[in-house]
Write a protein that binds this ligand. Sequence first.
Ligand SMILES: Cc1ncc(COP(=O)(O)O)c(C=O)c1O
Length: 427
Amino acid sequence: MMRRPSKSGAPATGGRKLKPSTLMMGHGYDPRLSEGALKPPIFLTSTFAFESAEAGKRFFEQVTGRRPGGTEGLVYSRFNGPDQEILEDRLGVWEEAEDALSFSSGMAAIATVLLTLVGTGDVIVHSSPLYAATETLIRQVLGRFGVRFVDFPAGADRPEIERVLAEAASLGQIALVYLESPANPTNALVDVEAVKAARDALPARPDGTRPPIVIDNTFLGPLWAKPLQQGADIVVYSLTKYAGGHSDLVAGGALGSLAMIEPVRATRNVIGTILDPHSSWMLLRSLETLELRMTRAGENAAKVCAFLQGHPKVERVNYLGFLPEGSRQADIWRRHCTGAGSTFSVYLKGGEREAFAFLDALEIAKLAVSLGGTETLASHPASMTHLSVPDTRKAALDISDNLVRISVGVEDADDLIADLAQALEAC
Ligand SMILES: Cc1ncc(COP(=O)(O)O)c(C=O)c1O
């Protein structure tokens, strides 16, 4: 099956470069290829018929990397498919990435990227803390293959990052620098520009390259942070969160230059971590309202946090909109971000008893982990997502028993405030 260039969704109209929110309606899809269907059908097929044996041979040469330049046709659904390709074209638009890939989960994206970049005996340098499964993947799974790691705190400055890079270089070849910003649940931002400056100052590896910077942009992307612009080489996503946005699918993504993404695609082709056509189609639908949803959630979070901040039963609110003027974190935020997000931490006065009473009393907000959905969710990191984190590390990360994590959705802000107010009465 050959793909023809798409006519609809051209990136410019009358000389005007179109915005992502416009391109989400048609970019990468040509209705003429699908009986004129306005929306892309879900292509439930495991394989694609070749027009000739010669075409089949050429496609396989491309899929296996014998012929450079990527694949021009569809071959087999472990490699690619129309729904995934439209989704990938549209994902790339948000961060002006040359190339993008879809995965069966955020962890599938992260694991595929790491498997592509890491070799036995290599060292991974990462910001801390990371999403728990990412930390387990690096420390325990890759650790079994002789991969080591060194970490630095999310808010570190350039000299601190340089010290950690030097320590890592003394242990072995640095495979990559892996970042997550903002960190969960502290909301500490990583200075990607400082990481890039420190990485660029490293001596080149034997092949002339320097370790790539990979960043998990799940919490603020793709609307409020675009780390490729600050020097990251690959951006990874749990698309399960804001991009999917309705808490009804699990998916992942990776974005970057053609040169960075091509080897990741080759790994994905081998291990089969691509997203399925149905979830890809659901994500296409989600992306049409991404800007609307994230904008509304961000506005709601600002109102909710303003209410919580002044409440007598609240000790403090860790929200990116409240970073102290003149602080280093505020400086990173100003250079890297265009919004404060809608996921934040609230420290209640008291301990686990008060936090549980508050959570149990919520009527609109749901008691569940995850974030970025249309509905507001609240959870208790110390006893849920971060239960297995050792107490000393919990203390260092400020994951205390009075901490409640909230991801605000797109409901009416005053209804949410009324719900939080009555739940605070109960604690
Ligand atoms: C920051 C971050 N990265 C990665 C993941 C993993 O994504 P998934 O659950 O889609 O595999 C999550 C999930 O909560 C996350 O919060």
